[in-house]
Design a protein around this ligand. Structure first.
Ligand code: PEP
Length: 262
């Protein structure tokens, strides 16, 4: 813990973008990388709505082993080529410590997903990879456990960690997970690390993305990460929560209208 809240810089030297208390960061992109065309189109939609970081899954942790698992290394290459085309740094998930070196050789930021927050070997491996980390809250983790997961990374020397509230399991079935917005001010009172919110993966429903994003701003989050897809109805992964271009622009407008928390 430091007295001053930190900013984490993401991207290659000379083209870095901040995540922290002085700006509100919009991260957007497809849930999964499906093709070069789909990824570049999603990235351009994200960029025109004001997103500064592209998201996209190459290794997808799916509930069913029969569901689309992502394009793996090919997905990373597509993301790297879209970075060249758009100038946007990208964040992508790593699900296995054996893949950390490979993912870190392409990505600007490594994501640890909700299912892997307590995978301590993976946390230690990303802590040694030299790239900033987006650490999602485990769906059954307390805030204390989440912060201790961040300590596993920090202990390996990597302090560029952004926390991401992604919802927790409750008895409520109308959303995928219940978005615990109270974690934002609680975390900010405890740690200097930036914290953002994922309204897409927590709700699993696109109609809730704008209200939950507005709530995230209201409680003082440093940014949001949202799913966007050029054709959500054809998405190979999580289509019901993906915004199309118009919806993403509406979200960006709503976000801009809200005053920052003082
Ligand atoms: C994701 O962001 O692609 C993802 C799978 O999120 P979560 O870990 O929150 O399910």
């Amino acid at each position: 813990h430091h007295a001053q809240r930190s900013t984490v810089w993401v991207g290659q030297p000379g083209r870095q973008v901040p995540v922290g208390p002085d700006s509100f960061t919009l991260i957007a992109g497809p849930c999964a990388v499906e093709s070069p065309e789909q990824t570049v189109e999603a990235a351009r939609m994200a960029q025109s709505a004001g997103a500064t970081i592209l998201r996209g899954g190459a290794f997808k942790p799916r509930t069913s082993p029969y569901a689309f698992q992502g394009l793996g290394e090919r997905g990373l290459e597509i993301l790297a080529s879209v970075r060249e085309a758009t100038g946007m740094p990208f964040v992508t998930e790593v699900v296995d410590s054996r893949d950390v070196e490979l993912v870190a050789s392409h990505a600007d930021m490594l994501q640890i997903g909700t299912r892997h927050m307590a995978n301590f070997g993976l946390l230690q491996a990303v802590g040694e990879a030299g790239k900033p980390v987006l650490l999602k809250r485990g769906m059954s983790a307390t805030i204390e456990e989440w912060l201790m997961a961040a300590e596993y990374i920090a202990q390996r020397g990597l302090l560029d960690i952004v926390l991401c509230e992604s919802g927790i399991r409750t008895f409520e079935p109308s959303t995928r997970n219940t978005l615990d917005l109270s974690s934002v001010p609680v975390v900010q009172a405890t740690t200097h690390l930036p914290i953002i919110v994922d309204p897409s993966h927590s709700a699993g429903r696109k109609d809730l993305v704008v209200p939950l994003a507005s709530g995230a701003i209201g409680v003082g989050a440093d940014g949001i990460v949202v799913d966007v897809h050029p054709k959500p109805e054809l998405a190979l992964c999580d289509g019901p929560q993906a915004l199309d271009g118009t919806e993403l622009r509406d979200l960006a407008k709503a976000v801009r209208r809200l005053p920052p928390v003082l």
